[in-house]
Design a protein around this ligand. Structure first.
Ligand code: SRM
Ligand code: SF4
Length: 511
């Protein structure tokens, strides 16, 4: 079906500018933008529409843009990583990259005059950043060990790629899905441990066998926002793998055509499901799909604790291994990226994978090369066996680059963990997630300890602080954590965390 979204006078400013000119139109204007420079650009093109090609104006660093790629299932090649490294390298101290909480890469320091050349280089190695921001479908997540995990239920790589190709017209940009009411997240899980956090996506496919045939139960409506956070709910539907693309298309078309557009705080898919009722929503999906949906199967097959994939693991392919490397809070510099590309080529199959915990996996390393691989100097920085607190640390961008941020996150998160690890010994990892504001990009609600940035009054002054979340569970019994304590000044946080770790996570004070 084609889009029926029509602008009206009651639309908010985002709907108005989208109706005036489709975001994807900027794709053909990049040469012009490069010539005139960012200061002379139309502000709506610069601040908003460029996000349709994955380019984000950063008010914190004006003139130095961020670029968000698309990496289906978090998989890229060494050649692609090298191109990304070359891009950030040219920006010296301004250039770096982050692995994101959706298995993706963002680049920093980008100058508008370089965009045409950057996109040329992306094309040459099959990279795309199209429709990765604003009211589009975000990077589609899948198991980071799909196709190599000895215990997986289904290799989802092809499906994830097909869904991305459908949504983006194979990376070229697709106007059928470039004007959704709001952002949209999709995850497709074929593993036993729910490594993609299915429950926090607008649309998720989770493994389930029907009379011995592999397929997926569908979850819908999961999302986090400053206003409301909800886990996804069952659509009461099971689909075979060959229907995943069509069902994704139908759900997106329903959201596009019927989703609420007047209030952006109430525009995610769950708000539409609330408005219609789940049964009516399901019936609409069937109508768009032009065939009935099958009922869900009772038990899903997610039956494992979540794995962090750090360390060395044998693959399903005899004699080959994958190695998970810990990248502190996902931050990469050009040399790190060149080094990752090199070790993936020298020891593996030139493939690099990313996890939603902002780490890297190098697959396909033969047993015979493992000793040499583990002796690589890069592994001193990106360890295979970090300390229990370090290994499970996740952080969003924070105030260094994000203008929504209420606090600095990444540097503070690393410093705090180092201090706590100097004082405490732990036998189990504790998943601590830092997020700079209530948008929850670092998913504090899925963490053992979630820290959400806020402003706090202390001694008559406004200082950076956090709200403390606890109880997030991942894997087979995923559950969202909730806020248990508000407004802790960051400067007072360390003793709070130390006590929590001792009392609830069996930490012991080092002698
Ligand atoms: Fe996010 C907006 C960063 C994952 C919820 N997010 C932003 C912006 C674009 C705001 C901005 O323009 O500054 C941030 C860019 C900062 C920067 O310069 O890096 C930003 N979000 C991120 C990343 C990079 C965090 C990270 O450090 O890993 C993640 C990029 C993922 C990707 O590759 O596409 C990221 N954001 C998430 C997630 C987690 C997830 O998807 O599992 C969420 C919560 C889940 C969800 O969306 O339901 C998330 N981001 C938001 C929201 C709140 C959405 C809402 O419905 O209100 C915003 C604000 C918005 O969209 O208006 C936001
Ligand atoms: Fe920015 Fe807030 Fe998202 Fe962190 S959680 S990246 S501060 S929008």
């Amino acid at each position: 079906m084609t889009s029926t979204a029509t602008p009206t006078a009651s639309l908010n400013k985002f709907e108005k500018f989208k109706a005036e000119k489709d975001g994807l139109a900027v794709k053909s204007e990049l040469e012009h933008f490069a010539r005139i420079g960012w200061e002379a650009m139309d502000e709506t093109d610069r601040d908003h529409r460029l996000k349709w090609v994955g380019v984000f104006f950063r008010p914190v660093t004006p003139g130095k843009f961020m670029m968000r790629l698309r990496m289906p299932s978090g998989i890229l090649t060494a050649s692609q990583m090298r191109v990304l490294a070359e891009v950030v390298q040219q920006y010296g101290e301004d250039g770096n990259a982050d692995i994101t909480t959706r298995q993706n890469i963002q680049l920093r320091g980008i100058r508008i005059e370089d965009l045409p050349e950057i996109f040329n280089r992306f094309n040459q190695v099959g990279l795309t950043s199209v429709q990765s921001g604003m009211d589009n479908v975000r990077n589609i997540t899948g198991s980071p060990v799909a196709g190599i995990d000895a215990d997986e239920l289904f290799d989802t790589r092809e499906l994830v790629q097909q869904v991305q190709d459908m949504i983006t017209s194979k990376g070229e940009g697709n106007k059928a899905f470039s004007n959704l009411p709001r952002k949209f997240n999709i995850a497709i899980a074929g593993c036993r441990d729910n490594s993609v956090h299915a429950e926090i996506n607008d649309l998720a496919f989770v493994p389930a066998f029907k009379n011995g045939t592999f397929g997926f139960n569908i979850l819908v409506g999961g999302f986090f926002s400053a206003k409301r956070c909800d886990a996804a709910i069952p659509l009461n539907t099971w689909v075979p793998p060959e229907d995943v693309v069509d069902v994704s298309r139908a759900v997106l078309e329903v959201f596009r055509d019927q989703g609420p557009r007047s209030n952006r705080q109430k525009a995610r898919l769950m708000w539409l499901i609330d408005e219609l009722g789940l049964e009516n929503f399901r019936a609409l999906v069937e109508k768009y799909l032009c065939k009935p949906l099958q009922p869900a199967v009772e038990k899903d097959e997610i039956d494992w604790e979540k794995r962090d994939h750090l360390g060395v693991y044998p693959q399903k392919q005899p004699g080959l291994n994958y190695v998970g490397l810990h990248v502190p809070v996902g931050r990469l510099f050009a040399q790190d990226m060149f080094d990752l590309a090199r070790i993936a080529e020298v020891y593996g199959s030139s493939e690099i994978r990313l996890t939603v915990e902002q780490n890297v996996i190098i697959p396909n390393i033969p047993n015979s090369r493992m000793e040499a691989f583990l002796a690589e100097p890069l592994l001193e920085k990106f360890s295979t066996s970090p300390q229990p607190l370090t290994k499970a640390l996740v952080s969003c961008t924070g105030s260094q680059f994000c203008n929504f941020a209420l606090i600095e996150t990444k540097n503070r998160a690393v410093a705090m963990i180092q201090e706590l690890e100097a004082e405490l010994s732990l036998t189990q990892p504790v998943r601590i997630h830092w997020t700079g504001c209530p948008n929850s990009c670092a998913q504090p609600q899925v963490a053992d300890i979630g820290l959400m940035g806020t402003k706090v009054r202390k001694n008559g002054k406004t200082v950076e602080g956090v709200d403390l979340y606890m109880g997030g569970k991942v894997g087979k019994e995923a559950e969202l954590g909730t806020c248990v304590q508000k407004s802790i000044p960051c400067e007072d946080l360390k003793p709070v965390l130390r006590d929590l770790l001792i009392q609830q996570f069996k930490a012991e004070i080092k002698n």
